[in-house]
Design a protein around this ligand. Structure first.
Ligand SMILES: [Zn+2]
Length: 263
């Protein structure tokens, strides 16, 4: 009896430690429902799904359609902006996300075409020499593309040219809050250096917000740098997980650039 008491004490201590560890992990929400289990509605595919963590960002990717936060935010915007996708409107979509493409193809009365230079699309188009007539499209969607294009000023002026007066382009590029200068250096070709400075090995620059806006203005556009996250407010943003979770990286700027060709 006397000999087993230390063992019993050790067992109790072990048990307490295990319970304590589990409680700690739960409090850190490693196992909590809201992180791993609770499904939420995806604005792109319309399904209520579990979102996957990507690069440390919780709720980053829809497990059904693969849409990321920025795709879900963009779809919320284009589907709620009055008049943007009315029947009869022509929409040219560069390098489309598959879920958004499905949504737009299913949208009644839309004249919708996809475009890409490298992968299968309706049209094979080079953004810096778009083989389309002047003033031929009502809406262009170009999301996370311009940061890959060497001559982005030419691309912006081509987008301007193919839009009808009053036409709108919906644009987004990676940005950081508080950073205004663009970091751009065509001599940087080393993949590791590009990842470090521009965020990805096939990016050719990291835009500053003010400079991105200035380049669009120089191309002739009226620019609205829309903070749609703030406009929607936390309730809607959290319900659909439309905002990137901070990961310790510099805070992302999720503005949507709505640029209009003046009439
Ligand atoms: Zn989805």
């Amino acid at each position: 009896m006397a000999r087993s008491r230390p063992r019993l004490l050790a067992l109790v201590a072990l048990l307490l430690a295990a319970v304590g560890t589990a409680a700690y992990l739960y409090s850190q929400s490693w196992f909590s429902d809201d992180e791993v289990i609770e499904p939420a509605p995806c604005t792109v595919c319309g399904k209520t799904v579990r979102f996957k963590t990507r690069k440390g960002r919780r709720y980053a990717e829809c497990s059904s359609c693969g849409a990321y936060e920025r795709h879900r935010l963009m779809l919320h915007y284009i589907s709620h902006r009055e008049g943007l996708l009315d029947p009869g409107t022509s929409v040219l979509h560069f390098a489309p996300n598959a879920g958004i493409e499905r949504y737009l193809r299913a949208r009644e009365g839309l004249v919708y075409q996809t475009a890409d230079l490298y992968t299968q699309a309706d049209l094979e188009l080079d953004l810096t020499a778009i083989a389309q007539p002047d003033a031929s499209w009502d809406v262009v969607i170009c999301y996370h593309v311009l940061e890959h294009v060497d001559d982005d000023r030419k691309a912006m002026s081509e987008l301007f040219r193919i839009l009808r007066p009053g036409g709108v382009a919906i644009l987004q590029v990676p940005l950081e809050i508080g950073r205004n200068e663009t970091d751009e250096d065509p001599s940087v070709t080393d993949p590791a250096e590009r990842r470090r400075r521009f965020g990805q090995e096939d990016h050719v620059r990291f835009y500053g917000a003010a400079d991105f806006e200035a380049r669009l203005t120089a191309a002739g556009f009226e620019v609205e740098a829309l903070d749609y996250i703030a406009q929607l407010g936390p309730e809607v943003v959290e319900r659909h997980h439309l905002s990137r979770e901070p990961t310790g990286d510099p805070a992302p700027d999720e503005r949507i650039f709505v640029v209009t060709k003046p009439r």
